[in-house]
Structure formats: structure tokens, C-alpha cells
Design a protein around this ligand. Structure first.
Ligand SMILES: [Zn+2]
Length: 235
């Protein structure tokens, strides 16, 4: 008997296969990143009812086949459409970047429920219509927390070489490729992170909402992008 999985899922990528089918990469709550074959998804609009769109949360059922990495999609229903996200290019762009991080770095078939919830939180915030929202700030905050949830958290409180704690009131010298701060005695990181900003980044990495200010976004995103880049392609 074939094993059928039933999970919430986000669409990470769609690739056309033949005349009618799609290979869809899903980030699922219960199995992590998986690829599913969506038969007939392109031939008929009714098939899967247009559910296979990025930024929507789906409830998807898919079947596992023996000796195959590829699952077969049985059905998919949109449980949260997030249409508000589609109206603004900067929000779409930010959502796409976050989905790209997950697509390139989430290990296959490994449940990452915390990362799944963080992605939902980001997509919900981007679609809520709040005009004062800074998409980059939202992205950087989720990025720091995502790294921590994947076990690649950036240590902004200690030197990653000697373990010495960085005093709360001190500027931290960050080195993303080393995964955190590198103190002066150990050669010093190149990224100068002022004390107050450093503490906000630490709180964001712990998953705290609204920990960052809009002006923290550039520093946070630079850190996040570099750490994700270091992990991408290591499959
Ligand atoms: Zn050190």
C-alpha cells in the first residue's frame, strides 16, 4: 500500500514537465522540502484548482512511491490565499527571496516546523495591507530567525574563535563566513555592528517579532544573505 501524506505546504518552485505536467517543489510542515509530480496541472485549470501558486498556504495530499524521490500529488486546496501580497512588487520580491532561501538550503525530507511557521509569519505580515510596513525589515527579521531554526544561527554575543563574550555595550565585529563575531585578539571580523543594533539582531534571531528597526535591515540582510549563500549548494 502506498503511503499518503497530508500536510500544509508552501510552493517553492514549479518546473514544467512534458506537455501537461508540473514538478512542484513544496516546503511542507510535516516532511520539509519535497518534490511532487502534479499530473495534468497545466492541461486543465480545474486540476488542483489553481492552488499551486507561491505565497499561498495549501493543504496538500501526496503519495509516496517506492524507489522514487518524487511524490505524486493527489490534491491541493488553498487554505490561505494571501492575495494582499500580490498587489505590491516590493512585497512580492521580499517573499520570493525568502522562499528562495528555503528552496536552496532546506534539507530534503527533513521536517522543519519552526522554519515553516516563520515563513507563514512573514507571508502573513506581507499580505496584511499595513502601509507602514517595511518589507526589508520583515525579511531581515525572519532571515535571522530562519538561520537559527536551521541550526546555522549567527553568534552575535561571543567570539566564534575563542568563545569570549562580547560586552553588552561593545561594538561587535561580525564575520558572516565564520558564523558570528570575531574579537580583536582573534583577528577581528570586518562587519562593524554597534552595540544596540547587535542586541536587536540577537532578539530577532531568537524569533522575537518587531525586534528590529527599519534601519537595522541592511546589516541584518547582509549577514543573512551571506550565511545562506554559504549553505546553498551544499546538498
Ligand atoms: Zn576571540
Amino acid at each position: 500500500m502506498a503511503v499518503v501524506h497530508d500536510s500544509q505546504a508552501l510552493v517553492l518552485r514549479r518546473v514544467e514537465l512534458g506537455e501537461a505536467d508540473l514538478i512542484v517543489t513544496l516546503f511542507t510542515l510535516t516532511l520539509g522540502r519535497v518534490s511532487v509530480l502534479a499530473r495534468g496541472a497545466r492541461r486543465s485549470k480545474k486540476r488542483f484548482a489553481g492552488a499551486l501558486e507561491p505565497f499561498f498556504t495549501l493543504q496538500a495530499r501526496f503519495e509516496e512511491r517506492t524507489r522514487s524521490e518524487l511524490f505524486v500529488l493527489i490534491d491541493a486546496d488553498v487554505t490561505r490565499p494571501r492575495l494582499g501580497l500580490l498587489s505590491e512588487l516590493s512585497r512580492l520580491e521580499v517573499a520570493g527571496r525568502a522562499l528562495g532561501w528555503v528552496r536552496k538550503t532546506a534539507p530534503p525530507r527533513t521536517p522543519e516546523p519552526e522554519a515553516f511557521q516563520l515563513m507563514e509569519r512573514l507571508l502573513d505580515r506581507l499580505s496584511n495591507g499595513d502601509a507602514t510596513l517595511s518589507p526589508e525589515r520583515e525579511l531581515s527579521e525572519i532571515g535571522l530567525a530562519l538561520l537559527a531554526s536551521f541550526g546555522w544561527g549567527v553568534d552575535l554575543e561571543h567570539c566564534v574563535r575563542c568563545g569570549k563574550a562580547c560586552p553588552e555595550t561593545s561594538i561587535g565585529m561580525g564575520d558572516p563566513m565564520s558564523g558570528g563575531l570575531v574579537c580583536r585578539s582573534c583577528g577581528s571580523g570586518r562587519m562593524r555592528i554597534p552595540a544596540a543594533r547587535r542586541l536587536r539582531l540577537v532578539r530577532a534571531a531568537q524569533g522575537e517579532q518587531n525586534a528590529l528597526l527599519a534601519e537595522d535591515a541592511n546589516t541584518a540582510l547582509e549577514l543573512v544573505e551571506r550565511v545562506f549563500a554559504a549553505h546553498a549548494g551544499v546538498e
